[in-house]
Design a protein around this ligand. Structure first.
Ligand SMILES: Nc1nc2c(c(=O)[nH]1)N[C@H]1C(S)=C(S)[C@@H](COP(=O)(O)O)O[C@H]1N2
Ligand SMILES: [Mo]
Length: 253
């Protein structure tokens, strides 16, 4: 599984000061280049449980460092309309034909955990909130990136509306296709984090995440959940579909 070179470099930089002793360092460095980084790709390069544990703890260490380094005001680049990638690529853990079809009429967004207002939302209610749109770049660790235009509700507005406890650590997402992921609260509140309802001015198409996806230009593709069915605010680490297989949890800048 190919991994973005910059992610690999980043991983090495964060790793270097932590490892003592040349042979251990060489070993870990070598394992980081094999088959596209066990801790980032989820590919099993060794069945040595100690290696896995070491890599997992380094990845968790990276999550903390990245959390400290995250600048809540720094904005990801935005692009001109002429730079939009057409057609926009599809990706999921299955083929495009298998993307779930969610029924608008019966759809309800579940909101639970550390929020004052736990009622479910209908799509119309989300469309009734202030809408914004942005043209940003989506970067997938499988080795592609593409520019797209997403519109919807600023996620910080939504969190405020449901009375989320913004001192909580995580926001978790459950999707209609059994995908799940979670993000840090600082990113949830970032001004470019959108609860996206549209793509390129149209209703979000089925394969790109209907009825809604969370769009974060500050995070890698796998952190952007499509087909969201439930959102929860929590202090208990929720993990994620790829994260639980070794992808770095923070997954962004
Ligand atoms: N529900 C769901 N969301 C998902 C995924 C998925 O398989 N299921 N894949 C993730 C990955 S790895 C990528 S790169 C993007 C792809 O989004 P796109 O199809 O809009 O390009 O969705 C992310 N969100
Ligand atoms: Mo991805």
């Amino acid at each position: 599984m190919p991994v973005d070179k910059s992610i690999l470099d980043e991983a090495r930089k964060l790793l270097a000061p932590r490892i003592q002793g040349a042979s251990r360092r060489d070993f870990l460095m070598r394992s980081l280049t094999l088959g596209g980084v066990a801790m980032l790709s989820g590919c099993n390069i060794s069945d040595d449980q100690h290696v896995d544990a070491a890599l997992a703890s380094i990845s968790r260490f990276n999550d903390r460092v990245q959390g400290w380094l995250f600048d809540p005001k720094a904005l990801a680049p935005v692009y001109d309309e002429s730079m939009i990638t057409r057609p926009f690529p599809f990706n999921a853990f299955y083929g495009e034909d298998e993307a779930p079809s969610v029924e608008q009429a019966t759809y309800r967004l579940e909101v639970t955990g550390m929020v004052a207002d736990k009622r479910s939302w209908r799509l119309e209610e989300l469309h009734a909130m202030a809408q914004t749109d942005q043209i940003t770049r989506h970067i997938c660790v499988e080795g592609w990136s593409a520019i797209g235009r997403w519109g919807g509700v600023r996620f910080s507005d939504f969190l405020q509306r449901v009375g989320a406890d913004t001192s909580a650590r995580f926001v978790g997402f459950k999707c209609a296709d059994d995908y799940y992921t979670s993000i840090d609260m600082a990113t949830a509140l970032h001004p470019q984090t959108l609860l996206a309802l549209t793509y390129d001015g149209q209703t979000l198409p089925r394969q790109y995440g209907f009825p809604m996806k969370l769009r974060m230009p500050t995070k890698l593709g796998y952190k952007n959940p499509k087909h969201i069915q439930a959102i929860f605010v929590t202090n208990t680490y929720p993990g994620g579909y790829w994260e639980d297989q070794g992808y770095n949890w923070f997954g962004g800048s």
